[in-house]
Ligand binder design. Structure first.
Ligand code: RNT
Ligand code: ZN
Length: 416
C-alpha cells in the first residue's frame, strides 16, 4: 500500500475526503511576489537612498537578481520546484523599459508586454501593484495623501495607469489581474492632525477608482498597514480606513499578515470582512516582532488564516498572494519554502474534518468539538502533501534543495 492510500483511509475514517482536498488545492493559485528575487529594488535604477516606504529587505546573501533576465531565470528555477498553480505578482517598478524610460505616471501595457508574454508561456496569471515609494515624489513619506495637489496628482495618475495595465494584462491573458494599491503615507512621530490626510487619501482614491468599467479584467484591491519603519506613529491608510473604504466602494480588501498588532488574529478578520467586501486578497507573510516580511513559516497564525479560508468555504472569494522578502538566505529557496508552506497550510485547512466539527458545534457538544479539533492535528496530512507533489510532478519535501544548491553554485554565485 502506498503512503497515500494509507493516509486516505485514515482521513476517510475521520470523515474527510482527501481527493476533494487535493483537487481544491490543485485549483487554487498562489501569486509569487517578484520582489523576493531582488530585495524589492525593481529595474528603474532609482537611488536606493529614496527608500522603500518602510519596507525593509535585510541581509546581503549573494545572488540578488540584477536585471529582468536574472529575475526570470530565478523565478523559473523556483517555479519548477513548487507544485500547484502559480501566478506572478508584479510591481510597477519592474517595468521592462527596453530603450525608452518613462516616469511612473506614464507607464502603459507596453512596458509590461514582455512580462505578459513570459507569463503566458508558463500558464501563469499575473497580479499587479502600483509602486508608490522609492521615488523622488515619495521622498517626504506622503503620496496619495500629500498636502501638495501636484504630488497627489502624480500618484493618482500612477495608480490609474497601473489599473489600466492590470486590465490590459487581464484581457490578454483572459484571466483577471488583482491590482493592489498600497501606499506608505504616515508619520514617524505623533501627528497634530490625523483627519486631514485621511480625507485627502479618500478623495484621491475616489479619483483613482472613478472608472470601474474594466472590472471584468482588473480587480481593485487596497492594502492597509499599522506602521512601518520611519512611520511608527501614524499610517494614513489604516485597517479601519480601508475596511470602510473597500466596503463602501465594493473593492477587494488586502489583509497582509504583517500589518496588524502582533497579538491580533488575522484569521478572525476573514469571516467578518467577507460579509462586507466582495473579496479578499491575502498577503501571506510573517512578521517577527514587526512587519519584517520573513519567509512564510508553517506556523500557527499562517495555518489559522488558511484554515479559516477553507472553513468559510471562501476559496472563490480569496486571492492568495505572498509578501515576504528575505535577503539573508538563498532568495530562490525563500520563494520555494514560503510558497510550499502556504500551500501546506491550505491543505491542512482543506483536510480538516469540518463536517464533523460543525455537527458537534450545532449539537452544542463542545467537548466533542474540542476533541475532534485537537485530534485532527495529528492526522497524516504530510502524506497527502507528498501525493500532491507527486501528482504535480514536483519534488517532495527533502528533494528540491539539491537543485537550488546547484543553481546557486552554477548561476547565483557568479553574480557580482
Ligand atoms: C508594504 C506592503 C506591500 C509591499 C509590496 C512590496 O508594507 O506589504 O504589499 O510589501 O508592495
Ligand atoms: Zn503586503
Amino acid at each position: 500500500m502506498s503512503h497515500y492510500s494509507i493516509a486516505r483511509e485514515i482521513f476517510h475514517k475521520a470523515g474527510v475526503d482527501t481527493e476533494s482536498a487535493l483537487d481544491r488545492l490543485a485549483a487554487t493559485p498562489v501569486s509569487l511576489q517578484c520582489w523576493q528575487g531582488d530585495d524589492v529594488r525593481g529595474f528603474e535604477e532609482q537611488d536606493p537612498s529614496l527608500g522603500g516606504g518602510g519596507c525593509q529587505a535585510t541581509g546581503n546573501y549573494p545572488g540578488r537578481a540584477r536585471n529582468i533576465d536574472e529575475l526570470r531565470a530565478d523565478l523559473d528555477t523556483a517555479a519548477a520546484l513548487i507544485p500547484g498553480k502559480l501566478r506572478l505578482n508584479l510591481h510597477a517598478c519592474y517595468a521592462d523599459f527596453q530603450s525608452r524610460r518613462v516616469d511612473r505616471n506614464a507607464l502603459t501595457i507596453e512596458h509590461f508586454q514582455s512580462w505578459v508574454d513570459w507569463a503566458q508561456g508558463r500558464g501563469f496569471g499575473i497580479d499587479f501593484n502600483p509602486t508608490c515609494y522609492a521615488h523622488p515624489l515619495a521622498s517626504e513619506g506622503f503620496t496619495l495623501s500629500h498636502r501638495d495637489p501636484a504630488i497627489r496628482k502624480f500618484w493618482i495618475e500612477h495608480c490609474i495607469a497601473s489599473r489600466e495595465i492590470g486590465a490590459a494584462i487581464g484581457e490578454q491573458l483572459k484571466n483577471p489581474v488583482v491590482t493592489n494599491v498600497w501606499i506608505p503615507d504616515g508619520y514617524k512621530d505623533t501627528p497634530a492632525d490625523r483627519l486631514a490626510p485621511r480625507e485627502r487619501l479618500m478623495e484621491s482614491l475616489d479619483e483613482v477608482f472613478q472608472d470601474r468599467s474594466k472590472s471584468a479584467w482588473n480587480i481593485d484591491a487596497v492594502e492597509s498597514k499599522l506602521f512601518g519603519i520611519g512611520f511608527e506613529s501614524y499610517t494614513v491608510g489604516s485597517h479601519e480606513f480601508y475596511l470602510g473604504y473597500a466596503a463602501r466602494r465594493g473593492l477587494t480588501l488586502c489583509l497582509d499578515a504583517g500589518h496588524f498588532h502582533p497579538t491580533e488574529s488575522v484569521a478572525d478578520k476573514i469571516s467578518s470582512c467577507l460579509l462586507f467586501v466582495p473579496s479578499l486578497l491575502l498577503h501571506v507573510s510573517r512578521g517577527v516582532r514587526w512587519d519584517s516580511d520573513h519567509v512564510v513559516s508553517l506556523d500557527d497564525p499562517t495555518r489559522a488564516i488558511l484554515e479559516e479560508v477553507a472553513a468559510c468555504n471562501a476559496l472563490d472569494r480569496v486571492h492568495i498572494g505572498l509578501d515576504f522578502f528575505d535577503a539573508s538566505i538563498n532568495r530562490v529557496a525563500a520563494w520555494i519554502i514560503g510558497t510550499r508552506n502556504t500551500q501546506k497550510a491550505l491543505l491542512i485547512g482543506l483536510l480538516r474534518p469540518q463536517g464533523r466539527l460543525q455537527a458537534a458545534e450545532n449539537e452544542n457538544d463542545l467537548t466533542t468539538r474540542l476533541a475532534l479539533l485537537e485530534e485532527s492535528k495529528s492526522l497524516p496530512w504530510g502524506l497527502v502533501w507528498e501525493e500532491f507533489c507527486r501528482r504535480q510532478d514536483k519534488p517532495a519535501d527533502g528533494e528540491w534543495m539539491q537543485t537550488v544548491k546547484a543553481y546557486e553554485s552554477g548561476v547565483l554565485a557568479h553574480r557580482g
